[in-house]
Design a protein around this ligand. Structure first.
Ligand code: PEP
Ligand code: MG
Length: 581
């Protein structure tokens, strides 16, 4: 009997294959007290396991095929670095020595404490980095417990299309499995921002995560259809359903092939409007992936990753190296966002003092934190300005909520620029400073901010969260997260109009910009610059090329007015947005 199971679709596409479960994800961790004479031996056993786990990861890294996107090797490198992280090793050793506990239990304590720190972080990206801590510790734990999943060996025997079903999957496992006949991943845990999800998207493998009890509900060897777009799995499908999904799969393959044909074509609408499509990236290596997908530059480079998994802050020199590398690698403009960390999500758990705020999303984060810690901000700004000599860079300030903040940050940048110039340091002649519009107050006051900012970029992920008063990482209220809410659209429109009136460019870099379902709407609202995950560029370009911007502008504004007065509803908007409508 066929069974329909809902989860969260995180990597689009349809896959059909046989279920293979990866067992042994949940480890039964033993706990016992060591006799004093065994303590130092246990420390040695722990470091031996850590070394072996690192060797395993290096082996995985060496098996990454040439031409694979850079973020994949970078994830493995991140895990390798984390294996040496003192918050894991020192804390484990101190549990062994201080509490005389066995290495497995000591490592579990160290891991749980660290994961808790990540879980309290407000930023959804950093919050999901707790998964990485789990993956790294589990790998060491498996060596300690001699329960290696032997994934590589097992996967070599996979020859027919296989749907891997597991509790969770590490980036290393994904790499090994993606080289076999694995056509989809289904996991019980994880969310759209987990590394599993990001990797599956980069590799173009459909994935559904957060499918609770998947291992219990799906049977080994049975046929399953995975729909990574709608986020569900259909187990043991009827012949009719199977035939219909196969047709859909073929249509998608044809559409994908067609998309690659427009890679080097301009993003020009039917009526000759040129639209700029840029990429959001997180690592210098992503620049190549962005270009390979036809992005004309980078609209958002998130700098937080440099500050993660470490106790100290990166020096000006280290930051300069990273920024110079990414600016040189990007052929075209690049917008670099200054640090978007919060009081609760200091990447150095030891540095944040005081109680965790009740509402971290509304607390000391992003530009607020940078202005509170001007030395940290100045250090980043100097590194950025120096890197500007290598390309076409602009600096973007996150979470601006009033003009004073923008002016204060811009003044610090100006002082740093004057200092560097006095020291004879090379910089670009112009480095435009812009504001991210992601707080409703900034959208409403956009005309005022536009007189000082050189550009805007709308961060819809946060703008929607703050406008609709819903925590963007809280599953319970996820159903209210609605990019088509008329209030959100009104704020987007106000921002675009304020930018147009002031003669500054307005981009959008939230997830909404990369979702082809909203492209026509945004074109109709007057958006001309879209920044998104590199993998979405071709799809959005295809919608742009089939649209008439003039026509859309004519109808979208009027429809939004009628939505705001209750004379039209979202169904009419969706009807209008259907491709070909
Ligand atoms: C946003 O808020 O839309 C955005 C792009 O920034 P982040 O997701 O990093 O908060
Ligand atoms: Mg944001």
């Amino acid at each position: 009997m066929s069974l329909w199971l809902p989860g969260i679709g995180v990597s689009r596409g349809i896959a059909i294959g046989r279920v293979q479960k990866l067992h042994g994800g949940d480890l039964e961790i033993p706990e016992y007290t060591l006799p004093p004479a065994d303590i130092e031996g246990e420390v040695v056993r722990f470091f031996g396991a850590q070394r072996r786990a690192k060797e395993q990861l290096r082996e995985v890294r060496s098996r990454i095929p040439v031409g694979t996107p850079g973020d994949i090797a970078a994830f493995i490198d991140t895990h390798l670095l984390m294996m040496d992280d003192r918050s894991i090793t020192e804390s484990t050793v101190s549990h062994i020595r201080g509490q005389r506990c066995n290495a497995e239990a000591a490592l579990r304590r160290a891991r749980d404490a660290l994961v808790e720190v990540f879980e309290q972080m407000e930023d959804p990206y950093l919050r999901t980095r707790g998964d990485d801590v789990e993956h790294v510790c589990t790998r060491i734990m498996r060596v300690l417990m001699k329960t290696d999943r032997q994934l590589a060996m097992k996967s070599e025997s996979i020859s027919e299309p296989t749907v891997i079903v597991s509790d969770d999957i590490t980036p290393a496992d994904i790499i090994l499995l993606s080289q076999q006949s694995v056509v989809a991943f289904v996991t019980e845990y994880g969310g759209p921002l987990s590394h599993t999800a990001i990797l599956a998207r980069s590799l173009g493998i459909p994935a559904v995560v957060g499918l609770h009890n998947a291992r219990r509900l799906l049977r080994e060897g049975e046929q399953a259809i995975v729909d990574g777009e709608l986020g569900h799995v259909l187990a043991d499908p009827e012949a009719q359903a199977l035939a219909s999904y196969r047709r859909k799969q073929r249509a998608q393959a044809v559409a994908r092939r067609k998309l690659t044909l427009i890679r080097d074509e301009p993003a020009e609408s039917r009526d000759g409007e040129l639209i700029h499509l840029l990429a959001n990236i997180e690592l210098p290596e992503d620049a190549a992936v962005a270009a390979a997908n036809g992005a004309e530059g980078v609209g958002l480079y998130r700098t937080e990753f440099l500050f993660m998994n470490r106790k100290d802050q990166p020096s000006e020199e280290e930051q300069y190296d990273a920024y110079a590398r990414v600016v040189s690698a990007v052929k075209g403009p690049i917008t670099i966002r200054t640090l978007d960390l919060g009081a609760d999500k200091q990447v150095d758990s030891g540095r944040s003092h005081g109680p965790t705020p009740n509402n971290p999303a509304l607390g000391l984060r992003a530009i607020r934190l940078c202005l509170k810690e001007p030395d940290m901000f100045r250090c980043q700004v100097r590194a950025l300005l120096r890197a500007s000599a290598h390309g076409q860079m602009q600096i973007m300030l996150p979470m601006i909520s009033n003009l004073a903040e923008f002016r204060q940050a811009a003044a610090i940048i100006k002082v740093s620029r004057d200092e560097l110039r006095a020291q004879g340091v090379a910089m670009a002649a112009k480095v435009p400073i812009g504001a991210m519009i992601e707080v409703p107050a900034a959208a409403i006051a956009a005309r005022m901010i536009a007189r000082h900012a050189r550009f805007f970029s709308i961060g819809t992920n946060d703008l929607i969260q703050y406008t609709l008063a819903i925590d963007r990482v809280d599953d319970e209220v996820n159903y209210l997260y609605d990019p088509l809410h008329p209030a959100v659209l009104q704020l987007v429109r106000m921002t675009i109009q304020a930018g147009e009136a002031a003669g500054i460019s307005v981009a959008m870099c939230g997830e909404m910009a990369g979702d082809p379902r909203y492209t026509r709407l945004l074109l109709g609202l007057g958006l001309t610059e879209f920044s998104m995950h590199p993998c979405s560029v071709l799809e959005v370009k295809s919608v742009v090329r089939e649209s008439s911007v003039g026509e859309l502008r004519g109808v979208v504004g009027g429809l939004l007015e009628r939505m705001l007065t209750g004379d039209a509803d979202v169904d009419q908007l969706e009807e209008l947005l259907r491709p070909g409508a």
